[in-house]
Each structure stands twice: as structure tokens, then as C-alpha cells.
Design a protein around this ligand. Structure first.
Ligand SMILES: Cc1ncc(COP(=O)(O)O)c(C=O)c1O
Length: 321
């Protein structure tokens, strides 16, 4: 399938159903009954903060497992603080609304949950102060965001990651995703699956919507939170799995671009991308050019844990039904 056809198919798959239940402004409503004004501030100026959360369907258990919802809402609160906004609910309330939303929609497949806190004032004027905010949670059945089984091919983007001095990457701000979109489309239209983005000073930061780990000489290395990354929830989960299940050390340090060409294994991770082994960067094979042994093992352990199959990691998930 060509790039255009693939994008069209993906867009169709993620199109909202008009009757989907959403949580909007403190109550549950149908998707088509909610309306936004044309002059909504966030639409014009990117003044919103959001999250992406997954829930995993386990057909054996007949159960839907919501993954690390509290960690996502805690991060959302921190993002909001950067943007002079404030979440109108406690994390516990937000998790409960999310569980109730999934129940109402009766999902029996993997699901992606999208909470958004945005500036809803309908007026012209670039600023953060003296404006009104609104909040909703939307959810939709969702499969793999990138191909995870055969590994992905990446290019180092010509676009640089937004620096903390300009637009803090550690806050998940809607406006920053224009940068991610530039990088992603450049990569996909050039025939790659994903972009790896460098910091302004040339170190490896992350993927367009994923954190990055590389394996080199028996050590997993990931860029530090000061290299303009989003402080990923999956990154924390994988750090634990690498240490406790693979018995390998994890080091946070800056990564040079050419280390991507000389490492043994590479992977991108995130709520959307899950655990995505990288098999090629800039037309150079990573390691053997096939999915790495450790990345594969990590992927298997991760999927067991998020689908509620691992007693040790039970506290990562909340059963919805
Ligand atoms: C830019 C960026 N980096 C990293 C991640 C991974 O974060 P998480 O694991 O919390 O989904 C995301 C995912 O939303 C992202 O958008």
C-alpha cells in the first residue's frame, strides 16, 4: 500500500463514531452532541495539554485493562501547570471518569484514551492568562500505531526537537505537536516508518511521539530528561523491566547521532508505539538488521504485563469490568 493509501486507511480506522460516549465538562455525552466554537483559543494558538492512555483487551480474561492512568493524569497536571492551567479534578476522580467512560462504551478491544485540557475562550489574543479552560476525555478502539513485529525503519529528522528554552518538551502541549507532525510526515513521505529527532545541539532526543532506548555493549542507554524529551510513562515501565527482567543496567546519558549507527539494538517506546524495535536508521542496519533479541524479549514481557497477565506488574493496570 502506498503512503497516501496507508494514511487514508489509518484515518478511517481512527474516525470517531457519532454515538461514542465522551466525558465533557463534567458529564457524559455523545460525541456528536458536543460542539466547539470556531474561535476556540486552543484551536488557533495550540494552548492545550493532553494525554494518550491505553487500555488493553484480554480476551482470555474477558477484561479490559487500563494502563497507568494515574501516572498519565499526574503528568497532565504538571503539563497544565507549565501552561498556567489547572486540572479541575483530582487524579483519582480522573481515573474513575476514565473507567466509567470505557464501561459506558462497552469496549471489547484495545482502546486509546485521549484526555484534553484546552483554552476554550473564544477570542483573539495570544496569551495564557485570563482565559477559560475546558476538559474532555475521548476514547476509541485502537490497534498498533506503528508496525511492531518486523521492526521499523527510521530516519534522523532534519527538524530539531523543541528546546526547553522555547517550548518545554516535558509538557505535553498540543502546540508542540506541530513539530512532531513536521518530523513524522517528512519521514513517512521519504519512505521511512518513523523520525528520530535531535536536540538543537545535535544529541538524540526521541522519536516524533516516542522515547528511545539503545543497547550498547550490554547496557541500555536512554537520553536524560534534560535532552528535550517528553518524560514518558512507558520509558519508566521499560526501565523497570530492563533492570528486573533482563537483568541489564539502564543509563541515562546524552546519545550522539552516530551511536544510532553503531549500537547493537535500538527501540522506540510510548503509549501509542508500545515497544517498537528499530531495525534501520538512515539506511544503515541496526545491529544485525533484524529485530534485536533483547527488544523482542522486552516486547513480550511488556505485552504480558499490560494485558494483565503478570501478577508482579498487576498494579500497572486497572480492570475496567
Ligand atoms: C513526544 C513524545 N515522546 C514520548 C512519548 C512517550 O510517552 P508515553 O510513554 O508517556 O506515552 C510520547 C507519547 O505520547 C510523545 O508524544
Amino acid at each position: 500500500m502506498g503512503v497516501q493509501a496507508k494514511s487514508a486507511a489509518a484515518a478511517k480506522k481512527s474516525a470517531p463514531h457519532p454515538n461514542t460516549w465522551v466525558f465533557n465538562e463534567g458529564e457524559f455525552a455523545r460525541y456528536n452532541d458536543v460542539r466547539l466554537g470556531l474561535m476556540t483559543h486552543a484551536l488557533h494558538y495550540g494552548t492545550g495539554v493532553f494525554e494518550g492512555i491505553r487500555a488493553y483487551w484480554n480476551s482470555k480474561h474477558e477484561q479490559l485493562y487500563l494502563l497507568e492512568a494515574a501516572a498519565h493524569y499526574d503528568r497532565m497536571r504538571r503539563s497544565a501547570n507549565v501552561m498556567r492551567m489547572s486540572l479541575p479534578y483530582s487524579t483519582e476522580e480522573l481515573v474513575n471518569f476514565t473507567v466509567e467512560l470505557l464501561r459506558r462504551n462497552q469496549f471489547k478491544s484495545d482502546v486509546y484514551v485521549r484526555p484534553l485540557l484546552y483554552t476554550s475562550s473564544e477570542e483573539i489574543g495570544v496569551r495564557l492568562h485570563n482565559l477559560e479552560h475546558s476538559f474532555f476525555i475521548y476514547a476509541i478502539p485502537f490497534g498498533n500505531y506503528v508496525e511492531i513485529e518486523s521492526g521499523i525503519r527510521c530516519m534522523v529528522s532534519t527538524w530539531r526537537r523543541v528546546p526547553d528554552q522555547s517550548l518545554p518538551a516535558r509538557a505535553k502541549v498540543t502546540g508542540s505537536y506541530a513539530q512532531s507532525a513536521l518530523a513524522k510526515s517528512e519521514a513517512v513521505e521519504a519512505g521511512f516508518d518513523e523520525a528520530i529527532v535531535l536536540t538543537v545541539d545535535g544529541h538524540v532526543s526521541e522519536g516524533s511521539a516516542e522515547n528511545l532506548f539503545m543497547l550498547k555493549d550490554g547496557v541500555f542507554v536512554t537520553p536524560p530528561v534534560t535532552d528535550d524529551i517528553l518524560e514518558g510513562v512507558t520509558r519508566v515501565l521499560l526501565t523497570r523491566l530492563i533492570k528486573e527482567e533482563l537483568n541489564l543496567p539502564v543509563v541515562e546519558r546524552s546519545i550522539d547521532r552516530t551511536e544510532l549507527y553503531t549500537c547493537d539494538e535500538l527501540l522506540l517506546c510510548g503509549t501509542g508505539a508500545q515497544v517498537s524495535p528499530v531495525v534501520e536508521v538512515d539506511r544503515r542496519p541496526v545491529g544485525s538488521g533484524k529485530v534485536g533479541e533483547f527488544a523482542q524479549e522486552l516486547q513480550n514481557i511488556y505485552f504480558g504485563a499490560v494485558r494483565g497477565e503478570s501478577p508482579k506488574y498487576k498494579d500497572w493496570t486497572i480492570p475496567v469490568y
